[in-house]
Design a protein around this ligand. Structure first.
Ligand code: LMR
Ligand code: SF4
Length: 511
């Protein structure tokens, strides 16, 4: 095979997957937008998401800054050299990372060192199968960490919050799947898609679940029982009121695909792979002789361009927006209430897992008194003059900082943190005691927020790698919603409680 062609085809596959959301996913998002009531936070979020999808395509830049753990599934005719394909995949991964189509996402699990090029032990994931066809198919999924963390595996029989006993039958499976959507709340950037694997062992069950994520959103399961269950799950989950980003609303789940395999007598697993709305998967067919692309998958039907949404995003809500510029006073913070929309102009500092851990036992590299911390690991590029530019910069899941956040806010006088998915009781208590606020940004809207960042004024702790460093950002009109305030109120706690009540309505046998 021509290796240059093969590398080019793979480069194009990776770039397309990271930057251009497939047609079937776009249609599902459009449907969600249509179901949402105008003027709600959920509708506003979906406008931002739609706008972001368009911006990513136009800029040929990542839809979300977390470009995930690249996972390739390759089907080859007998006789094709799979080692050559492996080598080409690695080259294409490094090249697309250098061109900021992927974030450097591969971290040594023991030392914490980022390899910088998305390569590492076992990374990217590459799985090969042979087949009788005379062409090659390569599938790629870029599944981010926030939704990956919301995957869940049930071992039947089990007891579930709200639903009671899930037994070893179709109805027990039904309960597990409904519970999986509830437990994800907004943290995996809902509205999401789930792949479910019934049976197998712990690893093959998850593999089967992830395999389902390559199915078309609009297909119908060939097993009539599972087809019925898929339809039931989507319909029922959308009554939970979790909504986009967990803000409440009509659209919680955009797709459910279920696969089944045999199991051994003692084990009965239901494995659920949760994927965010930024459902980035694509596939190509290659000519096995030339290595050139002969077909792109997921091309059927209408392509929603989301051109109209671009103008609508948050612009028309400016009347209700509260302007904030750091340093922020305690008085300003105490005036904010859950539901307020704020627009930030000026300085903010990024800080995520490594920074929070570090700040517990070290001084901050800058004065954080009155400042804003943004839970964000951006995609960055250096321009010709050696200046950093932000290529993608949406929020990361905040709950991971729950053990540290309250202490760090108090220790350094931080007044606001921005992230997504909300935080827990420890942070809520600290916000009340210290005078702080939690701001929820729209997860995955990495192009939208990158556009709000007008400059990079500095960076500290680069030894943690690009996603984990503390970037000093100069922002303009960065919009976010107050979802936890200094008066003990949390939208996340409210939505969790009400969605559990809705879940519990489905404890009776259905199948
Ligand atoms: O790592 C990130 O930037 C985000 C992550 O995918 C998340 O959802 O928390
Ligand atoms: S930030 Fe949200 S959209 Fe991006 S990868 Fe994580 S879960 Fe997905």
């Amino acid at each position: 095979m021509n290796n240059q062609n093969l590398e080019k085809s793979l480069y194009d596959l990776i770039t397309e997957t990271s930057t251009n959301l497939p047609k079937d996913v776009r249609r599902a998002i459009k449907k969600a937008k249509e179901a949402e009531n105008a003027g709600t936070r959920a509708a506003m979020s979906l406008d931002t998401i739609a706008n972001n999808i368009k911006m990513a395509e136009d800029n040929v830049s990542p839809i979300c800054q977390d470009t995930g753990l690249p996972t390739f599934k390759v089907y080859t005719p007998v006789g094709v050299n799979q080692l050559e394909i492996k080598a080409a995949i690695k080259k294409a991964i490094a090249a697309t990372t250098a061109d900021a189509k992927l974030r450097p996402n591969s971290v040594d699990s023991l030392t914490g060192k980022n390899s910088g090029d998305n390569l590492g032990d076992g990374v990217p994931v590459m799985k090969f199968e042979q087949w009788e066809n005379d062409y090659i198919t390569i599938k790629l999924i870029l599944k981010g960490g926030g939704c990956e963390n919301k995957n869940i595996q049930y071992s039947l029989p089990c007891e579930l919050d709200g639903l009671g006993r899930a037994g070893r039958d179709l109805d027990g499976i039904r309960k597990c799947i409904l519970h999986s959507v509830y437990q994800a709340q907004g943290q995996g950037c809902s509205a999401g898609f789930i792949g479910v694997g019934i049976g197998g062992d712990r690893s093959s069950g998850y593999d089967l679940a992830k395999e389902q994520l390559f199915r078309h959103v609009e297909d119908t399961n060939s097993n009539p029982d599972l087809a019925q269950l898929e339809e039931y799950v989507v319909k029922t989950a959308n009554t939970f009121g979790i909504g986009t980003m967990g803000f409440g609303g009509e659209a919680t789940l955009l797709g459910c695909k279920i696969g089944v395999m045999h199991r051994i007598p003692a084990s009965f697993y239901v494995s659920v792979a949760y994927n965010c709305w930024a459902y980035r998967r694509m596939a190509i067919d290659l000519d096995a002789q030339t290595g050139e692309i002969i077909k792109w998958h997921y091309q059927e039907g209408e392509k929603i361009a989301f051109a109209d949404e671009a103008a609508a995003t948050t612009e028309d809500t400016t009347t209700d927006v509260i302007e904030l510029t750091a340093p922020i006073t305690e008085e300003q913070i105490r005036a904010l209430k859950v539901g307020d929309v704020v627009s930030i102009t000026g300085r903010m500092y990024t800080g995520r897992d490594a920074i929070h851990h570090h700040l517990m036992s070290h001084d901050a590299p800058v004065d954080l008194n009155g400042q804003i911390i943004y839970h964000c690991g951006p995609v960055m590029a250096k321009d010709k003059e050696g200046n950093w530019t932000v290529k993608a910069a949406g929020p990361t899941t905040s709950i991971r900082e729950e053990p540290y956040q309250g202490d760090i806010m108090k220790k350094f006088g931080i007044r606001a943190v921005i992230g997504k998915g909300g935080m827990g009781p420890k942070t809520l208590a600290a916000l009340q005691e210290h005078g702080g606020v939690y701001l929820n940004a729209i997860g995955g809207a990495a192009q939208y927020y990158a556009d709000c960042i007008k400059g990079v004024d500095g960076v500290d702790l680069m030894e943690f790698g690009i996603p984990e460093a503390m970037w000093h950002l100069n922002v303009e009109k960065f919009t976010a919603v107050v979802t936890m305030d200094s008066h003990g109120k949390s939208l996340h706690a409210d939505v969790d409680k009400s969605s559990l009540e809705k879940l519990a309505l489905h404890a009776e046998r259905v199948f």
